[in-house]
Design a protein around this ligand. Structure first.
Ligand code: GDP
Ligand code: MG
Length: 292
């Protein structure tokens, strides 16, 4: 299918590039989420017959993966950066620095490119448009490490908090947990992406949609590497002795809403905020440091 004209004029192929990073403690399902979002096994499972390896590859390094996907009939280039789970070390500050360093390096690359006399037409803008932060489904509240990480990174990247492995909480536990997390986020002054809108400018529908999405925060995520036959249809799900958790069923979790936000409804807003606010702040800090 060919793209409508206006899209091509507005920025050619690059308009369809979207870059995200997935961060959180190890074992929270980050790699599984990436596979689920991409609808394909982009992060391989380890060979089961190798006893020295666990069933699924442990992410060991910051690892960008680019896939072409189609959402709403639009082809797009999606880059997902999978990060090693932290929390395994006593001191996690080096993990934070590594993630922050990665995000800032993408800004530096663009900054260097922008100051060239002759710019490279093939330059790849790899700035991260959103960071998905995976919260352990403890049912309690945020841990110190969650607070610290989100606080540190929120000046540089849009953060969307997510409850990992949401199928391990009952609906009531999940609702209470979500509420406490948002109370913590406000209490500690953590800036997350909360579907901002300008009441004056937006139509009623947009305001309503954004309010509803805001009320879902943090998104309850379930991922799966498997497709299971449910009533004759193969769907991405997790099979338990007592039933099936369907990844895309909105009664089971918020995965489908989150995917729609990322790849369709709020993609442009996340990109604009990255460029107009976050990158701009970085650029002016960097340049004033050079001058001063
Ligand atoms: P990562 O270390 O954050 O990348 O976590 P992985 O994606 O490697 O997943 C760790 C384990 O959690 C695996 O056994 C997955 O099958 C399991 N897992 C992944 N997503 C979910 C989920 O949504 N719910 C539950 N219950 N388990 C999950
Ligand atoms: Mg992983």
């Amino acid at each position: 299918m060919s793209l409508p004209d206006f899209r091509q004029r507005r920025g050619g192929k690059k308009a369809f590039q979207f870059n995200m990073i997935v961060v959180g403690a190890s074992g929270l399902g980050k790699s599984t989420f990436v596979n689920t979002l991409c609808g394909q096994q982009v992060i391989p499972r380890r060979a089961v017959d190798d006893p020295s390896q666990c069933a699924i590859e442990k992410t060991i390094a910051i690892n960008p993966i680019t896939v072409e996907i189609e959402e709403d009939g639009m082809k797009m280039q999606l880059t997902v950066v999978d990060t090693p789970g932290f929390g395994d070390n006593i001191d996690n500050s080096s993990n934070f620095a590594e993630i922050l360093g990665y995000i800032e390096r993408q800004y530096d690359d663009l900054l260097a490119e922008e100051s060239k006399i002759k710019r490279n037409p093939k330059f790849n803008d790899n700035r991260i448009h959103v960071l998905l932060y995976f919260i352990q489904p403890t049912g309690h509240s945020l841990r110190e490490i969650d607070i610290e990480l989100m606080k540190r990174l929120s000046a540089r990247v849009n953060i969307i908090p997510c409850v990992a492995k949401a199928d391990s909480l009952t609906p009531k536990e999940l609702a209470d947990f979500k509420k406490r997390i948002m109370e913590d986020i406000r209490y500690y002054g953590i800036q997350v992406y909360d579907f901002p809108f300008d009441e004056e400018d937006e139509d009623e529908e947009t305001v309503e949609e954004n309010m509803e999405l805001r009320s879902l925060l943090p998104f309850a995520v379930v991922g799966s590497d498997e497709e299971i036959n449910v009533n004759g249809r193969l769907i991405r799900a997790r099979q338990y002795p007592w039933g099936v958790v369907e990844v895309e069923n909105l009664k089971h979790c918020d995965f489908a809403r989150l995917r729609y936000v990322l790849l369709s409804s709020h993609l442009q807003d996340l990109k604009e905020l990255t460029h107009d606010v976050l990158y701009e702040a970085y650029r002016s800090e960097k340049l004033s440091k050079l001058e001063g």
